[in-house]
Design a binder for this molecule. Structure first.
Ligand code: DX5
Ligand code: ZN
Length: 217
């Protein structure tokens, strides 16, 4: 059983208040916040002040995904903005262990993200300390890309490592998740399914959320 984390990036800016409260009323527990700096990825989104302005509007868990060079520079800002879970890319941090520890010391859950080309070995030493591992199933930067199937194998390996070594991280899958592949990601071990275009980017976003949530049961 898994949870859907709709990505705010795909929201309709004219209907965003309706979309956020509608998701929450439908039982959605996580809101995925994609932070992009135009350097680590070729796109710019929004920052901590923007996230802070959303905080009083919803009780959903803020699952922030930093696609930012040296994300430790912003960790305190996101903690103050009310983010509960902060995920950084392994290859965006010069000292990954230090950045993850900093996130934990600020009272947030610490996540590490792997790009499609990043091997599990790149994060093996930090697996005992992380609360979440995010497996990218597209290259980061944009909504609406096609799911890369190799992510399923990576999820399954991370699920097996978690089981055999007694680790406790959540597994999150991000990129191109839709009704066709959601059940396969859950079967491979995903606990949290990020959905951008398949939920808030859909014309009938509430029905789309409900249908995807049913696939993840
Ligand atoms: C991509 C972001 C994703 C994105 C997902 O860089 O990390 O969270 O919003 O959008 P879809 O579900 O459309 O691939
Ligand atoms: Zn994301």
């Amino acid at each position: 059983m898994a949870w859907i984390a709709p990505s705010f990036l795909a929201a309709d800016i004219w209907r965003v208040a309706e979309q956020i409260s509608g998701l929450e009323q439908a039982g959605c527990r996580y809101l995925h916040l994609d932070i992009m700096d135009g350097a680590y990825v070729p796109n710019i989104s929004f920052g901590a002040d923007f996230v802070k302005s959303l905080r009083p509007r919803t009780n959903m868990v803020f699952d922030a995904h930093l696609m930012v060079e040296e994300p430790g520079r912003f960790a305190e800002d996101f903690a103050k903005a009310g983010v509960e879970s902060l995920t950084v890319h392994a290859d965006a941090c010069r000292h990954l262990h230090r950045t993850l520890q900093q996130i934990k010391d600020l009272g947030m859950r610490a996540g590490v993200a792997l790009n499609p080309a990043t091997p599990i070995g790149a994060v093996e030493e930090v697996l005992p300390m992380v609360d979440l591992v995010l497996v990218m199933s597209v290259n980061p930067g944009f909504c609406g890309q096609k799911f890369i199937p190799g992510a399923l194998d990576k999820l399954a390996k991370l699920a097996e490592i978690r089981r055999s070594r007694g680790y406790e991280y959540l597994l999150e899958i991000d990129g191109g998740v839709n009704r066709e592949n959601a059940a396969a990601t859950v079967a491979a071990g995903a606990d949290l399914l990020v959905a951008g275009s398949a939920v808030l980017g859909a014309a009938d976003w509430l029905a789309a959320y409900q249908a995807l949530a049913a696939e993840a049961l």
